[in-house]
Write a protein that binds this ligand. Sequence first.
Ligand code: DGY
Length: 452
Amino acid sequence: MHKVACWPHRKQVGSDMYSEKELLEAARQTLIDNDRGGYTIPTAGLYPFQWNWDAGVTALGWMTFDQQRAWDEFHALLRGQWQSGPQEGLIPHIVFHQAASSYFPGPDQWGCEADGVVRQVATTSITQPPLHASMIAAMLQMNADAQITQKNLLPIVQGLVRHHRWWYRCRDPLDTGLVFSSHPWESGMDNSPAWDEPLKAVPRTTRAYTRKDLGHVDSSMRPTQEFYDRVVYLMDFNREVGFDPGRIAKESPYRVNDIGIISILNGASLQLASLCEGLGLQDDALFLRARCAMTARAIGQLWSEKLGQYVSRDQITGQLLEVPTHAGFLSWHGRLVEPAHDARQLATLLAWMHETPYALPSTRSSHPAFEPARYWRGPIWQHLSALIQDGLARAGHRGASDLLAASMQSLFSQSGFYEDYRPLTGAGVGGTHFSWTAATYLFGRHVQSLRA
Ligand code: DGY
């Protein structure tokens, strides 16, 4: 079973593909192996803690064969939520439930120890794309058991409302409609070439530190040393300003209106508003809908006529970051695509999809920054493809959505459950036995079976 999840890419297709049965067993086994007792690590060694957006995606996988375990993933994540102080409501990007020495930067680096007041558990000081409410909405469509749902839903929705309020309060204090991210790791798309330009304004740290990631995967698949020097600087900056959100909003040398985060937040806020309405939390629902309306009015500022897609913007300089990354296509998932731009962005997406044998590369393959194996600079991320595929279907672009689904399926069948995949060959790269990739497979298969 393990063999399936980590077999290297095999050039032969046809009889050499994994069967549905093999994939199903291996996907479940991947989650079981990565379970650390109520929370799931992304993969052993490389990522030994609970990650924020991984947890949301991974819950979808658990939901297909152990419903209570799916809800537990959120309860565990919310144990890391900041309980008081100016950043009350923050759900951090990593929750350090247990010690592990195989990762840098671990709990000793962030200055966010458990203190019983702000935090019950040590965490990082930054966040990640808030897709959780969208994942919960999907879970509720999956033959959710009424009793299990009733037992779990309310406290999780309340925690997520606090988190969304945190986003709008701390990351859009001037009510522009467009939240900002203060660290490339918050985007989840760490070393995306979209961040190259804004990162130039961030000094390289001069302090000593030792990376651990290069002990787990080849350096050609990981961010560069220069990237690490700058993100370590930003981690230290947060600690030095006492995690003061006002100072971060004014003084952080990295502030980006990230189209990926903005889209994911908006899609999740709309879902969260519906969940609140169902639970009688009317004030929260009204608040969330008002924020979504504000974002819908502002989103046109992120349209790139040059690229024919939405892009991110450097909030400090006001410059659009016109690098073709797949994050722009999340605007469909976020229900943010303006009618005037829908057809053009669809044409852009279809052009991308015809340029590589496998879709959807994280950076357009014809762009000079494209690197097919280096993390977020080219490889395919299946959970992102799933979000884009869902957004396309909701927008009525069924043909493009099906095309993307078919490409996702061929990557699973050919290569199993890697962290990410090369768009030119379909070979898996990065970590193996990867939780959110296995979960994306389980969820997709479940949805297909409901349709059949
Ligand atoms: C890493 O360490 O590469 C993670 O993606 C940061 O969240």
